[in-house]
Structures are given as C-alpha cells and as structure tokens.
Design a protein around this ligand. Structure first.
Ligand code: 13P
Length: 303
C-alpha cells in the first residue's frame, strides 16, 4: 500500500476513533514518525497512565500493551501485531516465580516491566531499565529476587550496595547477539567513538562501555554529549531519533544483528489495519490487573 495513503488514513482514523498512538524507541522509523509519543518503557508506561483518549494503539510488543491496559483499564488498548511478543518476558511464568518466592520467603520481588501481567501481579514492584537501580534502592529488604533479566540484575547488583540480588536466568535474545568481537571490531574501526549500551547486554560488553542506560537515556546522552561519534549497543530502532536530532553526529551499530524481530512486526500497514478494524485488543483479567497495577503504580511513584 502507498505510504502517503497509509499516513493520511492513520491520521484520519486516529481522530475519528479518538485514539493516541504510542511507539517504543525500537519501532521502525515510519511508525515512530506517525506516533503521538515515542519513548522508552518507562516514559510510555507513564504516558499510558495519563492518556485522555478512548483508544491507545501501542506500537511495541505485547507486554507493553498489557502494561498500558493495566494502568488505563477504562481505555481500549490495541496492538497492531498480535504476534509481537517478547521472549525475555516469556522466560518466566507466574508458577516459576511462585516457586522461586517459596525458596526465598523473606525476599522482595522486583520484576522488570518485560514480564507478563501474571508475573507483575505476584511481584512487589516493577522496574524498567531506566529506574531499576532506584527501585531496588527503595526497598527495605536486603534480599531481592530480580526477574526475568539476569543482565539487568547484574547491573543493578553492581550499582546498589548492601543488597543480595538473586537473578532469574533470563535474557534478551537480541542484546545477547552482541559478541566481544563485535565490540572490539567497532571500537578499532572508530577509536574516537563513545560506547553506549543498554543494561540488557552481557556483563563483559557492559564493562567495556562508556555509558549504560535505557533507550531514551542513550538517546538523551547522545544529544547532550560533546562527542560526535557513538557506537550503539542496543536495538537498531534507536538510531532513527538520534540521526534525526543530531545530523552532524555519527552512529555505528555495534552489530548488524541488533534487530528485534518482534518489534519489527509492526508496520504502517498494521497500524492502519489496527485502527480500521479495531484489532488486536489487549485484555487482562481484573483480579490480575488490580495486583499488577499495584506493582506498576509503586514504580511510577518512585520517579
Ligand atoms: P527500555 O524501553 O527501558 O529502554 O528497554 C528496552 C526494552 O527492553 C524493550 O524490550
């Protein structure tokens, strides 16, 4: 379908349906460009909690749409691709978390927002990659179960003193594709470049980088930095805003394999069909939603 037809139809349907389009920083450029708000998981959760439109179209993956529904239960939340999931989120079930909790009955439970509504419902508090350190610091318990990302857990353990962090062995398959050879090669090719990575990368990559942050924190860092060259260790989607906002700076993706297939399932055409056919609606059973909301609201109070 013709791009200008899709863009015009999306704008028309958005007004007609009273919808707001949220897009994660990992979405393809043309989807970011038609969104009302583009951001990281934290910014989008905060936005979803405050939206005053009837419909939220969430361009991201399923757990993000679920978080929007949990925080805005009176809104209809749609995701353009019903298959856009997150293997990291799927790496732990509520049953597995329950078993872990029984082994550590005194521990606080922190779940990364990349988790199902059921896992959020039996956690004490949620976190995103931008606030995980602050969330863990806010807890009174010394022992913390941190699920499901072991790399983010390791990063938090490094930054927070006096807490015993017990990770779940899950990770993001996209960030796990970066090898040390990729880092060495890009650094040799661009010796002046600053190395910026997401905390979902492995410890060995994180330790050799100059800056660790969420997608929006990386984008902000680039904008404020006096450097002109950057090696980027996160999903390719972040390059769009960086290039748009900083035409004089140069960006090198640490690996060409930094493409999340799930995030790339959403296209302009699927956003158009989403608004046209009002598909695919996210629903969360109320008894789970209420408990999951508690974990998300606690996180939102921290910043
Ligand atoms: P942020 O949105 O917190 O940067 O994390 C990215 C991510 O994990 C998407 O799955």
């Amino acid at each position: 379908m013709d791009k200008s037809f899709l863009v015009n139809e999306i704008k028309r349907l958005k007004t007609e349906r009273d919808a707001c389009i949220l897009a994660h920083n990992y979405q393809v450029p043309e989807v970011q460009d038609i969104a009302d708000i583009v951001g990281d998981s934290f910014a989008l959760s905060r936005a979803a909690a405050k939206i005053n439109k009837k419909i939220i179209v969430f361009c991201g993956v399923r757990f993000m749409g679920e978080s929007a529904k949990i925080l805005s239960p009176d809104k209809k939340v749609l995701i353009p691709s019903k298959y856009a999931g997150c293997p990291l989120s799927d790496s732990i079930t509520a049953k597995q978390l329950q078993a872990m909790k029984s082994k550590y009955p005194d521990a606080a439970v922190v779940c990364y927002v990349n988790s199902s509504a059921e896992v959020k419902a039996i956690s004490d508090i949620c976190c995103t990659s931008s606030n995980a350190v602050k969330v863990v610091e806010s807890l009174k318990e010394d022992e913390v179960l941190f699920v499901p990302d072991e790399n983010l857990a390791g990063y938090v353990a490094e930054k927070v003193n006096g807490k015993h962090i017990i990770p779940w062995p899950g990770h993001c398959i996209t960030h796990a594709r970066i090898t040390v050879e990729d880092l060495v090669k890009t650094s040799e090719e661009h010796p002046e470049a600053e190395v910026l990575v997401h905390p979902e990368v492995s410890e060995e990559i994180r330790e050799s980088s100059d800056f660790v942050g969420s997608t929006s924190q990386i984008i902000d860092h680039v904008h404020k930095s006096s450097n002109t060259e950057f090696i980027i260790g996160t999903e390719i989607g972040v390059l769009h805003k960086m290039k748009k906002d900083n035409p004089d700076k140069r960006f090198y993706l640490m690996s060409p394999r930094l493409v999340c297939e799930n995030m790339k399932m959403t296209s302009l055409e699927s956003v158009y069909r989403c608004l046209l056919n009002m598909q695919y609606e996210i629903s969360v059973p109320e008894y789970i939603r209420k408990k999951a909301e508690n974990s998300l609201e606690k996180m939102l109070c921290i910043e």
